[in-house]
Ligand binder design. Structure first.
Ligand code: GLC
Length: 619
């Protein structure tokens, strides 16, 4: 019967075709009519079914490409599509010109247009570090860095910050934020201390709720982005606080101190985890299968995908660049996507070769692809690969800045006050000084527009601390500013010195000798002290500073941390418009010689973990 024969011969034909296709290394597409929509393109199908259908159509080239992340500066849209790259990132400060939301969206949409024009049309996922707002993008609302949010101790606020950060990030086409950092910084000499919510796991655990703000109630929502719990694991526990150093602790200590934030992140549904540069007892995390596969994916049941850090796999053998052995070890350890970020062509060919020679099993490749593609489907990238530009209408809005100001208020920690604070608003004569009083760049810190951040009065929109003091001054009050204290005299009723650090990021912020006030700050405090005018000191810094020598001269002391766009929030506390509620999430040392010093270790710091004053009994 024609139909039967036809069916039988069709099946025979299919077998021959299948054999031919597999030999040719081309994916076999299940026999469907030429016009039927492939299942993976059917938004009504389950994500699991869509992933299965898509993977059945993918070649090894497609799958290896999905596991590869290139930096925008190394791959044009056409090159990224030709290599089937699964992701593109902006490293710190890697931005379009001009650095506007529109230009970001145009750039990312160009990558998506190229990617979705390929055979299978798999969209990329674009990642960027939105660690305190969408900090690579000019005009984004910049929130206090995590050290200040840890002091604020207000997870509900942090969740809101996550939501606004996600909205402004997604507005530019970026659907993957490399945040939050959930490190537990145990030694303040570490350059990334300010990226930590606190020195004990309780602080990052409580604030990991930021993930729910970033990812929203549904990853598919236009204003949601994929969050990243980083850096797994032990980045804040290295000996001496050396960035990317060696964390020499027992498994019990690792579980007690550094694991809880990741357990919390997974409970919040975090979609990705970034591996840490550090070693654990001499073995680089990026090559550690026990940590990545057995602990994170096995014991913690992490079902999202794991991404390496920047050139992280290159460090496994301690030599520059990456080798086939390192690619094999990192992927077999459980890394699903490799942030190459530049030599992506070499990575793709190396990983493909390691699969074809049997060193990396296809099951590992398929597991990685399933994890990555599951998040892409959940994000809705197949249905909506392009930027939702309607989100740009409240990019950097007054409402977002109001949230940043509230966060700045709540992150202030009042450490000393003999009654000099709060400042009288009316009929006062306030002398303001210091390098950090009128500098948006310094109060924002690292990871702001550029990787390392930069000093500068108006590098980003917002209010400086001096702006806030001037705006808050009432009738009959004079505010004078001179960075070096020139002009101070006894006619002033109070002097406010805003001192501390200038921006840095990662290892460039390591201070093996500890952090004392620099010569400029010491001289300023000495000058103001000599004038006899009551002295208030505000520290703008990424960590506690050694101010023991100056403390006797100081009548009021406020730790402002890195408050971000709204320095006016600091002034709100100085004037008492906000009664300080901040509590130290880091023990404040007497001197660097005490490092590491942490709650519960029996050492007596200058101010203990959890310390923070308020004004009078109004609070
Ligand atoms: C950096 C950081 C990491 C960041 C990544 C991409 O080296 O370690 O936190 O997400 O590179 O910028």
């Amino acid at each position: 019967m024609p139909l039967l024969r036809t069916t039988r011969s069709l099946r025979a034909t299919r077998t021959t075709v299948l054999a031919g296709l597999l030999l040719a290394g081309t994916a076999f597409v299940p026999m469907a009519s030429a016009t039927a929509t492939p299942l993976y393109q059917n938004a009504r199908a389950s994500v699991s079914d869509r992933v299965t259908d898509l993977m059945a159509r993918m070649t090894l080239d497609d799958k290896v490409g999905q596991m590869t992340q290139g930096e925008r500066g190394s791959a044009t849209p056409a090159q990224a599509a030709a290599a089937r790259l699964g992701s593109i990132l902006s490293g710190g400060g890697s931005t379009p010109t001009p650095n506007t939301p529109q230009a970001w969206a145009d750039m990312i949409d160009a990558y998506q247009r190229a990617a979705t024009s390929t055979g299978l049309g798999i969209p990329i996922i674009y990642g960027s570090d939105s660690v305190h707002g969408h900090n690579n993008a000019y005009g984004a609302t910049i929130f206090p860095h995590n050290i200040g949010l840890g002091a604020a101790n207000d997870p509900a606020l942090v969740r809101q910050i996550g939501a606004v950060t996600a909205r402004e990030t997604a507005a530019t086409g970026v659907k993957w934020a490399f945040a939050p950092c959930l490190c537990v910084a145990r030694d303040d000499r570490w350059g990334r201390t300010y990226e930590s919510f606190g020195e004990v796991p309780a602080n990052p655990v409580a604030n990991s709720v930021v993930i729910e703000g970033l990812q929203g109630s549904s990853l598919a929502a236009p204003a949601s982005v994929l969050a990243t719990a980083k850096h797994f694991i032990g980045d804040g526990g290295t000996t001496g606080g050396v960035d990317q150093g060696n964390t020499q602790i027992s498994l019990d200590e690792l579980r007690k101190i550094h694991l809880p934030p990741f357990q919390a992140a997974i409970a919040h549904g975090v979609g990705s985890v970034m591996i840490s540069f550090n070693s654990w007892n001499g073995v680089k995390d990026h090559g550690n299968k026990f940590l990545i596969t057995d602990l994170l994916k096995g014991e913690l049941h992490f079902s999202g995908f794991v991404v390496s850090d920047w050139n992280g796999i290159d460090q496994i053998d301690g030599q520059p660049g990456f080798t086939a052995a390192e690619v094999k070890q990192a992927v077999n350890a459980g890394i699903d996507m490799v942030m190459v970020p530049n030599d992506y062509a070499k990575f793709v060919s190396t990983l493909k070769a390691e699969v074809l020679n049997g060193h990396v099993p296809m099951s590992r490749i398929d597991d990685a692809n399933r994890r990555i593609l599951t998040k892409k489907f959940e994000l809705g990238l197949f249905e909506h690969p392009y930027t939702d530009r309607s989100l740009q209408q409240d990019f950097g809005s007054a409402a977002h800045h109001a949230l940043a100001r509230q966060a700045a208020r709540e992150s202030q920690v009042l450490l000393k006050n003999d009654g000099v604070l709060p400042l009288a608003k009316a009929d006062n004569r306030i002398f303001v000084a210091g390098k950090n009083a009128n500098d948006m760049g310094n109060q924002a810190g690292g990871w702001t527009l550029t990787w390392q951040g930069q000093s500068g009065e108006r590098v980003i929109p917002g209010t400086t601390i001096l702006d806030g003091i001037k705006a808050g001054a009432g009738k009959g009050t004079v505010v004078t500013y001179d960075r070096a204290g020139g002009g101070i005299n006894s006619s002033y009723k109070v002097a406010v010195a805003v001192v501390g650090e200038t921006p840095y990021a990662e290892g460039q912020g390591d201070r093996p000798g500890g952090v004392v006030l620099d010569a400029e700050d010491v001289a300023l405090i000495g000058k103001l002290k000599a004038s006899g005018v009551p002295l208030v000191v505000v520290t703008v810094s990424g960590r506690p500073l050694d101010i023991s020598a100056q403390l006797p001269s100081i009548r009021g002391l406020v730790a402002a941390w890195l408050p971000g766009s709204e320095g006016a929030g600091v002034a709100d506390v100085l004037y008492g418009d906000y009664n300080p509620t901040g509590k130290l999430s880091f023990t404040w040392p007497k001197s660097a010689s005490q490092q590491p010093i942490n709650a519960g270790d029996g050492k007596q710091g200058l101010f203990p973990y959890g310390y923070g004053l308020s004004y009078g009994r109004r609070h």
